[in-house]
Design a protein around this ligand. Structure first.
Ligand code: FES
Length: 177
């Protein structure tokens, strides 16, 4: 595993530490390269980033700014201007279910349906107690361990509806004590 390649670009500025070992940044890189590092492609790239991460966290915005050689304030400004972008999940915990093709084939829909039913929320929503934000993403770059789910930024593979629910229950218990 060569995590350094996640930050290898034609740009000499180093990306944030959070990019190390995260396949999603490699996929984001592929999109940025496809747009040839064009600053005009910022919205398309932000869109792809939100697909990959579920929302646009600070490290992602900084990474995009570095790659496009744009001031972070400009990237942040665009991300906040458009309603289709969300900068942060509002819940204490974040669960992102990958609904990309491979994960879908391997049971992502059952995972998502089970979560929605158990937490009484739909994808894109936060539970009434503010504990869990449930999001979806399209391919996390972890197809080899599909179906994959991201729990508070950590990608776990080979998930089942039961294993995901166990993880969520742990959060709920922590929040109630
Ligand atoms: S489709 Fe889910 S990680 Fe690729």
């Amino acid at each position: 595993m060569n995590s350094a390649s996640a930050v290898k670009t034609n740009n000499t500025v180093k990306a944030p530490r959070a990019t190390r070992g995260d396949q999603r940044f490699k996929m984001l890189d592929a999109t940025i390269k496809r747009y040839q590092y064009q600053q005009d492609a910022l919205i398309e790239i932000l869109h792809k980033a939100q697909e990959l991460f579920g929302y646009l966290e600070k490290d992602v915005l900084i990474y995009i700014a570095h790659q496009l050689k744009l001031p972070p304030s400009r990237v942040y400004g665009v991300a906040t201007f458009y309603h289709l972008f969300s900068l942060a999940p509002s819940g204490v915990h974040t669960c992102v279910v990958c609904t990309g093709t491979v994960c879908y084939v391997k049971g992502a829909q059952a995972i998502l349906a089970n979560l929605e039913k158990s937490a009484h929320i739909q994808a894109g929503e936060t539970s009434a107690d503010g504990q869990i934000s449930l999001l979806t993403a399209r391919c996390l770059g972890a197809c080899g361990i599909a179906p994959a789910v991201v729990f508070d930024g950590t990608v776990l593979g080979n998930q089942t509806p039961e294993s995901v629910l166990d993880h969520i229950k742990g959060w709920l218990q922590d929040g109630s004590t």
